[in-house]
Design a protein around this ligand. Structure first.
Ligand code: NAG
Ligand code: NAG
Ligand code: NAG
Ligand code: CA
Length: 460
């Protein structure tokens, strides 16, 4: 289903994009991996950086609770309303669907009343800490694109840590600390994301903003992705180009927003007073009605489609790359080291496609003249394949090679190696080259020269 829809949208896009360039309506969205363009040699594919759309990622996760038997209702128990210790007529019973609060209810469709929620057992064993780990696993690297939002139904916890893993749960790093009193709970000064800056955006902070207990009305805890993006893209995220540029060049920044797993460590439930009311421990528990995680599959800018098959997400790789994240070159396409696509130059980026291997070309002697010396490439620039150099991958038509990663093309040319006329790509070359630069000696140019000559004698 998705494939045929994708194909038809793609076909439509190709039609539209060959009619209306420059530039795509949505610039900097990277939603196509290739388009067909017309050159002197006929129709050819033009490749560009591409990524899947951002979507609700909670549909694709697995959830694990620790301890495993922490969900309420087995055996059935009565709990009290948070704010009123004498209202203890609520029951949790795992064997009765209407009274059960299983973990799935953190991810179901929300917006109904009353809301559905997961609930832990109560704090019967006080003073032994009531702690729960909720681990969300995707078995796939994903890039977060919007705030993580957790809605608590019975007061936000006194102490909580949000953690992330980038290696499928082998190692964990804190993402953010949450506490009513950061100094007391974690020996950290309280901060808010607004105290950060472009320079300190990767700092891990403890915030008290979301932990005022059940006395306030808000039930929500955020992990602020958008506020962090805003340090680069401006308050309304208008300048995404600037953000993409930063993400492209700063691996640490890219990795900061990338996860394979998240873990919510609930360390102390909402108490709402200084002392725990030991006579009414059935007031204390955790209850979460909703968790929002928005992101996209990380496909290294080599795919727009991410398939969910056999409860596993996989990028549908283009550019002759392969692997769950399009993280390597296909067999027979290892003619230069694999490289992720690049968001730059805006808006279409650079595809950094994999190119055929030596062996598949068949004639080794020819190879040396066609392709760069790969072993020396790897030594001089181990992380990224060269897009251009001054030996074999020359920028054409007067373009200059910038740091081996892109050709800076003269205005009239485009393409990875400046090999294409910009007007050709736009389909507006025609024989009446009225829009092009005036040929030397044309009236317009003569007039310009004359003006410059009279207006700025110092230039001479
Ligand atoms: C939660 O995970 C941490 C490691 O991240 C571990 O030290 C702790 O014991 C776990 N807590 C529970 C209740 O399983
Ligand atoms: C990938 O390989 C196929 C042949 O297997 C070829 O038709 C296609 O143009 C290649 N794509 C890129 C981006 O090099
Ligand atoms: C490739 O580069 C290496 C290291 O600079 C050099 O030893 C080798 O001879 C080169 N090979 C070719 C075919 O130029
Ligand atoms: Ca729910």
């Amino acid at each position: 289903m998705y494939l045929s829809r994708f194909l038809s949208i793609h076909a439509l896009w190709v039609t539209v994009s060959s009619v209306m360039q420059p530039y795509p309506l949505v610039w900097g969205h990277y939603d196509v991996c290739k388009t067909q363009i017309y050159t002197e040699e006929g129709k050819v594919w033009d490749y560009m950086a591409c990524q899947p759309e951002s979507t609700d990622m909670t549909k694709y996760l697995k959830v694990k609770l620790d301890p495993p038997d922490i969900t309420c209702g087995d055996p059935p128990e009565t709990f009290c309303a948070m704010g009123n210790p004498y209202m203890c007529n609520n029951e949790c019973d795992a064997s009765t669907p209407e009274l059960a609060h299983p973990p799935e209810l953190m991810f179901d469709f929300e917006g109904r009343h009353p809301s559905t929620f997961w609930q832990s057992a109560t704090w019967k064993e006080y003073p032994k800490p009531l702690q729960v780990n909720i681990t969300l696993s995707w078995s796939k690297t994903i890039e977060l694109t919007d705030n993580i939002v957790i809605t608590f139904e019975s007061g936000r916890p006194d102490q909580m840590i949000l953690e992330k893993s980038l290696d499928y749960g082998r190692t964990w790093q804190p993402y953010q600390y949450y506490a009513t009193d950061c100094l007391d709970a974690f020996h950290m000064d309280p901060k808010s994301v607004k105290d950060l800056s472009q320079r300190t955006v990767l700092e891990i902070i403890c915030t008290e903003e979301y932990s005022t207990g059940y006395m306030t009305n808000s039930k929500i805890i955020h992990f602020e992705i958008k506020d962090r993006f805003a340090f680069f893209a401006g308050p309304w995220l208008r300048n995404m180009a600037s953000l993409y540029g930063q993400l492209d060049t700063t691996k640490k920044l890219r990795d900061f927003f990338t996860v394979t797993d998240l873990r919510i460590r609930l360390l102390r439930p909402a108490v709402g007073e200084i002392f725990v009311d030991e006579l009414h421990l059935a007031r204390y528990f955790y209850a979460i009605s909703d968790i929002k995680v928005h992101g996209r599959c990380k496909c290294n800018l080599h795919a727009t489609v991410c398939v969910y098959d056999n409860s596993k997400l996989t990028c549908e790789c283009e550019h002759n790359t392969t692997g769950p994240d399009c993280g390597k070159c296909k067999k027979n396409y290892q003619g230069r080291p694999w490289s992720p696509g690049s968001y730059l130059p805006i808006p279409k980026g650079t595809a950094n496609t994999c190119i055929p291997s030596i062996s598949s070309i068949g004639n080794p002697p020819k190879f040396n003249r066609i392709w760069p010396n790969i072993s020396s490439l790897e030594v001089s620039n181990p992380k990224q394949a060269n897009v251009c150099d001054n030996e074999l991958l020359h920028c054409q038509n007067g373009g200059t090679c910038h740091n081996n990663v892109r050709c800076l093309c003269p205005a009239a040319y485009t393409g990875i190696l400046c090999e294409k006329l910009r007007c050709e790509e736009a389909g507006s070359c025609g024989s009446d080259s009225g829009h092009g630069a005036p040929p030397p000696g044309s009236p317009a140019l003569l007039l310009l020269t004359a003006l410059l000559g009279t207006a700025s004698p110092l230039l001479v």
